[in-house]
Write a protein that binds this ligand. Structure first.
Ligand code: FHN
Length: 456
């Protein structure tokens, strides 16, 4: 009977042990599933440091939409949205894959052009809203390797070149997918039934492709999500996706369009309550800094994807002054190129990038790694700051050759034109203002920069 009595003693203990073990596993599992990336300010600053230093990157919108190049049934204002704006049935749109053969694509040239322009990172559409993938995905045949005569992994060639030439490879990936049968909602005009579509299954597909992107192409600087605005995507899914990507590449940077916190095209958000590492103003520059990391993305003409009819190019001067304006407010500039179906950057883009590069060759010190202006409302231009230096970017050369800087009360070690450090300039002070004597003529056709080294 002892046995029984010993059983009597052991069984409750056994039950208790199993209960405690079960609770521990469950707690641990809860902990893992609710695990959100926790990082100190120092860890965050370290992770963001290359991006804050870079200040200037290239955006590339490229895909099947380069083939129609904006044209459809006599209309000429389409671009990367053409599947939707021209209401092309998915089966018909897919036929563009048979024509996608950019024989003049040269990854080395593309990366060299970005680098020569002074750009430190490249963000290219791995998949735009049309669902077509510019990389070899195991999860679909609707990609450049399996579906096109070109048959090469464009992102592999570009990422190799970026790593070779020392600029950061980054990917734009659309959450919205007009091609995948499980993506919802359907376009209102399309005939594909929504029955049977499983959005959770689509999210698994998307996460699988994101895993391919951050696992097969080396170190990735930024995952730039977009297409987050439809009602099937939500904050929890965004937080899960952010944590998932960071678990695969902990040092990667992710924009605020991974979640739902973005406030329209202003791209603003509350970094304390919304997921993502930087704000994303689109086609606009905020009036002032935003008090957190932000990057304006902008086209050189009026379209992201290539449109053969769009000649409304911003001038070299406008683009350089936008770069300076953005950086003077503590932001980054992501400037877009929409390559042709042949795999070439449009010549007007190349011309502008060359001019920006020439300006950066002389003035990069006033851009890279700088922080926002110490002065508000400089009528003649902008200013940036770097450690013990202040840079003044003169857009409008004063006719009387006197450059007034309200609020400048710093003692100056030296003051000179950044393009000619040998020429010391005179500076006079009056109440709460400095006045700098300038040469007769502006020295740069776009933006002349004056450097002031402050007394330590
Ligand atoms: O719908 C996209 C658009 O095609 C383009 O990719 C821009 C660039 O950021 N983002 C979305 C519009 O806000």
């Amino acid at each position: 009977m002892k046995k029984h009595s010993s059983l009597k003693t052991i069984l409750p203990l056994l039950f208790l042990m199993i209960l405690v073990l079960g609770l521990m596993m469950c707690a641990n599992q809860n902990e893992e599933s609710s695990q959100s990336i926790i990082e100190t300010q120092d860890q965050h600053d370290k992770r963001m440091s290359w991006w804050r230093e870079a200040r200037f990157g290239m955006f590339i919108h490229w895909g099947l939409y380069a083939i129609p190049a904006g044209e459809w049934n006599g209309e000429t204002d389409h671009a990367e949205w053409i599947l939707t704006t021209a209401q092309i049935p998915v089966k018909e749109y897919e036929k563009f894959t048979e024509k996608f053969n950019p024989t003049q694509f040269n990854a080395e040239e593309w990366v060299q052009t970005a680098k020569n322009a002074g750009m430190k990172y490249m963000v290219i559409t791995s998949k735009h809203h049309d669902g077509f993938c510019l990389f070899d995905s195991e999860l679909t045949e609707y990609d450049v390797v399996d579906a096109t005569p070109f048959g090469r992994d464009i992102l592999k060639e570009l990422s190799n070149e970026c790593h070779q030439q020392g600029i950061k490879m980054c990917f734009y990936h659309s959450i919205m997918d007009w091609h995948h049968p499980d993506y919802l909602p359907r376009r209102k005009w399309e005939s594909r039934p929504a029955e049977g579509a499983d959005f959770d299954r689509y999210v698994q597909y998307m996460k699988g492709q994101v895993k391919e992107l951050v696992s097969n192409y080396g170190e990735i600087g930024v995952l730039w999500f977009d297409g987050e605005w439809e009602n099937t995507w939500n904050r929890d899914r965004g937080t899960d996706l952010y944590d998932y990507v960071r678990s695969l590449q902990p040092s990667i940077i992710i924009n605020n369009r991974v979640g739902k916190g973005r406030e329209g095209m202003a791209g603003t958000y509350d970094p304390e309550t919304s997921v993502g590492d930087f704000g994303t103003p689109e086609q606009e520059i905020p009036d002032t800094g935003l008090g957190y990391n932000w990057e304006t993305c902008m086209t050189m003409n009026d379209h992201w994807g290539y449109n053969k009819h769009d000649d409304n190019w911003k001038s070299e001067k406008e683009l350089i002054q936008k770069l300076v304006d953005i950086v003077s407010k503590g932001g980054n500039f992501l400037l877009n190129v929409g390559p042709t179906a042949e795999g070439l950057f449009p010549e007007p883009c190349v011309k502008r990038l060359r001019a920006m590069g020439k300006w950066m060759d002389v003035n990069e010190e006033s851009i890279y790694g700088t922080t926002a202006s110490l002065f508000s409302d400089l009528k003649w231009g902008r200013s940036t700051t770097k450690a013990e230096k202040i840079f003044l970017h003169v857009f409008e050369w004063p006719k009387n050759r006197i450059l007034g800087v309200p609020g400048f009360t710093y003692e100056v070690e030296s003051i000179y034109l950044l393009e000619d450090p040998e020429t010391q300039l005179n500076i006079n002070y009056s109440e709460n203002r400095a006045e700098i004597e300038l040469p007769e003529q502006a020295t740069d056709p776009y933006v002349s920069v004056i450097a002031l080294e402050l007394k330590k």
